[in-house]
Design a protein. Sequence first.
Length: 253
Amino acid sequence: MKVFKQIYLIASVLLCSSIISSCDLNEDDSKSLFYLTLGTVINEDELMVESDSHGILVPSNPGYFTSAKLDTTGQRVLMSVPASDLKAMVPDGEQRIVDIVELYKVLTKDANDLRNDSLISENDTDFGNDPVQITGISISAKHLNIEVYIKGNDREKPHRLSLLLNKDCKLDENGWLPVELRHNAEGDSQKDVFWSVVSFNLSSIPEYQNSTFKGFRVYYNNGTNPHATCEISKGQTLNQKEINTSRIHSNNK
């Protein structure tokens, strides 16, 4: 069983990052701020990262990746880099050189397509139904990225996040695919709030390649509404405020 290890970050480090959106920086800000960006490692002739929001980044200190064993092609990572490195102008078509300040492994996993497994149901206890709050969501080139707050107590205890394609999952007449985000705290007490992010492989979701696909309608238990919903269109980015205003309150799953 694959489990989800939380990435623990101090809230102040997040700054303007909500996974997926860029922030506007003035000259003074860019000298002192750091920016978090998701990306995928490319390690061929040299180590680079295909950032979800800033093109190809070339770390000036690739030893960070080697020492953390995050230097394999295809590995998803979350990086903290100086805002000034991202603000600097580079010629069209050239890579951007950046300093890596902090580096985190991002769990990357397939969606659970229950339509193809008659032995597993959406009520399977492995998936759990503990509260999870979506705080950012995006569809990048190959991943559905979901930023969350979850509650826990033991920093060493793994939690599990799953994206379910339930038995009745299919594109609706408007091109929306209903999926369910589930959280299993694995018995960890719901005491403190932690932030983390997970990337789901779009290749594990057949409908994504359909020409009529518009986006995902993600259902989840946010602790207040067991059927909270947010919609994310192909190529779109939503932060927490946008998710809150777009949420659909419905009991129809």
